[in-house]
Structure formats: structure tokens, C-alpha cells
Design a protein around this ligand. Structure first.
Ligand SMILES: [Ca+2]
Ligand SMILES: [Ca+2]
Length: 287
């Protein structure tokens, strides 16, 4: 008798409610020049909380207790160690910088950074951006501190959607200042003599699930090919663990062969597959 089960990979924000902020810095490499907020009395608390409540397009938050300057060419890699950042509906995270409108010329004062993300901390995928317009960069829209910071439609800041780069989940977000490139180009639309580099205020995560694994993920192609629907009939694997959406282990399989999930109720789960080559995690739905 032959069994198989169809598993659909899903991309919704069934899991997330409200929002969370980052709670961990994986690495920080300050750039040249401005070093506001880098002292240990301020950092990293100044980037872990919610975005500034006083910021607006007319008010740039510049207190060291609220923002961290990356400096020209600086780079920081952050995340939330208790939660996996996933591709939910719409924007998945929003980055807040202290963008404001220059009262002299009415132009937004932009200190841009490029954003890339990673599942494993080794391989990063960059969000596309356009240097001339700075579209796609962080550090280009003001924060509206009197609005709901969980609602990317009204919060201001720069929002990013994992669906745009085809990733279903990530753990690492890299913010790399490129203000130095604008600063050496007086013809750039956003050139300004007083540019000093990206200032990170906060990073809000909209789509996430409880962290169900501690080991580092490897390339999921080691196990099977992703598509909109897959049939698992043969997996050479040492173990498959199924967690419910609260992170509780509900089933476990091991060995090599055809895996059935008949005893599971229909619904949404997290599947963790491990073998000697590593571990992969996917959201699944049993139908
Ligand atoms: Ca998304
Ligand atoms: Ca802050």
C-alpha cells in the first residue's frame, strides 16, 4: 500500500499579531565619521525599542538614547532570537531612521542604507534598490511617532516584504550604510554637505513565528525542491519533527522512506527536517 500526502507551502500571516522589535545584534562594524549613540550606556538599547515617539518629518530624533549612527559605510546585522521572521501578508519588517524635511529647501534629508537578509547568516539576499532615487533603501521615509508603529501604512519608516525577493523566512537583517556614496557625488539628487550616515532608531517586525529550532539551517534544496505544492514520497532523512504553531512538538519521524502524516489533524504546522547535512524548517499545511 502506498501513501503520500500533499503539503502546500503557505505564505500568510496567520501567525503574527501586532508586531515585535529586534532584540539582538549579530555584528556591528561602525563606519567613518559620526558615532552618535555608540557608547555602551546607550547601545544597543537605543535600537531595541519601538521607534521614537517624537519623530516626524519636521522633527529628527537625534538623542543618543534613541538612535545609533552607523557612520559612513557602517554595517549592522540584527534580528530577534526568539522568533523566526517570515513572509506574511504585505510588509514583513519596517526600519526607522531619523529622516526629516530640511526646512531650508523643503527636501527630505536622506541617509540611505541597503538592506539584505539571510536565513543562515552566511548567504544574504539584497533587496533591490536604485541609487539615483534611493528607492528600495532604508533611511528614506520619515518616522511618524504619533502613529501606530505596528501599522506600516501609517508608521512611516521603510518597509520590506520578503515576497519581493522570494524568501519565506529569515533570521538576519543586514543594514549597510551607503551615504558615503551619495556624499562623494555632488550631482546626486540627495547630496547634502551635512550628510553623516545612516542613523538607526528601531526595527519593527510584522510577520513572525515562535522560534522552534536552535540549530543553523542549511540549504533546503538538500532535502527537496520547493514549489507551490510538493508531494513528499521519498526523503532520505534522519529525522522529521512537526511542531504546532505554538512551537510544541506534536510528531516525530525518523529513518528513510515514505512519511505519512495521517495522525495529524488538518492545519498549519512547522516542519523541521534534519540529516547529516544540516537542518531545514518550513511552514506546512496538512490538508
Ligand atoms: Ca510579506
Ligand atoms: Ca530607538
Amino acid at each position: 500500500m502506498r501513501y503520500s500526502i500533499v503539503i502546500l507551502l503557505i505564505a500568510t500571516n496567520l501567525f503574527s499579531q501586532d508586531c515585535i522589535t529586534i532584540n539582538h545584534v549579530f555584528s556591528f562594524t561602525p563606519g567613518e565619521g559620526q558615532n552618535l549613540g555608540q557608547g555602551e550606556e546607550f547601545y544597543p538599547a537605543n535600537i531595541f525599542g519601538i521607534p521614537s515617539r517624537i519623530a516626524s518629518e519636521n522633527v529628527a530624533e537625534a538623542s543618543e538614547s534613541e538612535v545609533l549612527s552607523l557612520g559612513f559605510g557602517g554595517e549592522i546585522i540584527v534580528g530577534n532570537t526568539d522568533n523566526l521572521i517570515i513572509d506574511g501578508e504585505g510588509a514583513d519588517f519596517t526600519i526607522f531612521e531619523n529622516v526629516f524635511k530640511n526646512p531650508v529647501n523643503g527636501r527630505l534629508f536622506k541617509e540611505p542604507a541597503i538592506i539584505s537578509v539571510s536565513k543562515d547568516g552566511q548567504n544574504y539576499t539584497e533587496f533591490p534598490y536604485e541609487f539615483s532615487s534611493l528607492e528600495g533603501c532604508a533611511g528614506t521615509h520619515p518616522t511618524y511617532g504619533n502613529a501606530d508603529y505596528c501599522d506600516s501604512e501609517v508608521s512611516g519608516g521603510d518597509s520590506f516584504d520578503l515576497a519581493d525577493i522570494g524568501l519565506d523566512s529569515i533570521r538576519y537583517i543586514k543594514i549597510k550604510d551607503i551615504t558615503d556614496q551619495v556624499n562623494v557625488n555632488q550631482n546626486h539628487k540627495y547630496f547634502d554637505f551635512s550628510l553623516s550616515g545612516f542613523d538607526l532608531d528601531a526595527l519593527v517586525i510584522h510577520s513572525y513565528i515562535a522560534n522552534v529550532m536552535s540549530s543553523v539551517e542549511s540549504d533546503i534544496s538538500e532535502f527537496y525542491t520547493l514549489s507551490s505544492s510538493i508531494v513528499i514520497s521519498h526523503i532520505a532523512s534522519n529525522s522529521i519533527q512537526i511542531y504546532n504553531i505554538n512551537g510544541i512538538l506534536v510528531a516525530e519521524y525518523s529513518g528513510i522512506g515514505v512519511f505519512q502524516f495521517r495522525e495529524l489533524q488538518n492545519g498549519v504546522y512547522i516542519m523541521k527536517i534534519s540529516n547529516s547535512k544540516g537542518t531545514a524548517v518550513e511552514k506546512i499545511i496538512k490538508l
